[in-house]
Design a protein around this ligand. Sequence first.
Ligand SMILES: O=C(O)CNC(=O)[C@H](CS)NC(=O)CCC(=O)C(=O)O
Length: 284
Amino acid sequence: MVIAAVGQICSTASLSHNLTQCQTLVRRAAAAGAKALFLPEASDYIASSSSETISLVQSVTSSPFVLGLQHEARTSTLPINVGIHEPADGANKVKNTLIWINEHGTVTSRYQKLHLFDVDIPGGPVLKESNSVEAGRDIVPPIDTPIGKIGMMICFDLRFPEISLRLTRQGAQVLVYPSAFTVPTGKAHWETLLRGRAIENQAFVLAAAQCGRHNGKRVSYGDSIVIGPWGEVIGRSERVEDADAEREGEREPQLLLVDLDLGLVEKARRELPLLRRTDVYPEI
Ligand SMILES: O=C(O)CNC(=O)[C@H](CS)NC(=O)CCC(=O)C(=O)O
């Protein structure tokens, strides 16, 4: 058994405010004996417009948020998986990235979000991530960590099972979906999608989520969840029921601590083998 910590925060446009929230969680996770801490998508900042998103971006090597977390990982000897922004290769865009900081404080892996969230729901969220974000081009093979082989994805990637199936075929035991889901799509789809990914991959699913009002325009659903390879919810944090009633600064950082038994992954896969008909449809 190994303890994983899943953190829930409410990022704003203030990198220092967001770092403070994360630091609290690192210390609590380390004190509880966790072997890794998982933080949400865009933990470094959530801005109120595409231009503000682009104006706040800094490289990993100069971002006070990332440098601060690297220091924290080193002093707490705790690996941290955290969603951030990085400058894109092309002009006037950013990358939506997930990085792995190891227990020595070194960034050892990064995944760039493949699927961008462009929605226009009448009376609901209107968001065009592709205005400010450059899509990634690669699936990053699962990384070896103290809590098993981890397959990295981000938020909206959750709606595309192909990427998780590919990671599972490459050996992933734990799938991560750091997120900032909207409230209406969260209420309708979040738990169902996450449990689906856990069941069809027979893997643990860890989803660290943003929760609460980020600014005048944006509220995230929260409901950080950990799911077992049989599809059962093992732990969850608080969620937003009514986006309009949500006030800024209402949500405190939360930490979920869960005992993962990686043997359950092997057990599920042994007892209920999912043999694909790749003679009929393509292998992913
Ligand atoms: O904006 C940032 O800086 C960070 N990025 C996000 O919050 C992204 C893009 S707007 N959010 C999602 O992908 C939510 C997906 C979702 O809610 C769904 O699939 O229903």
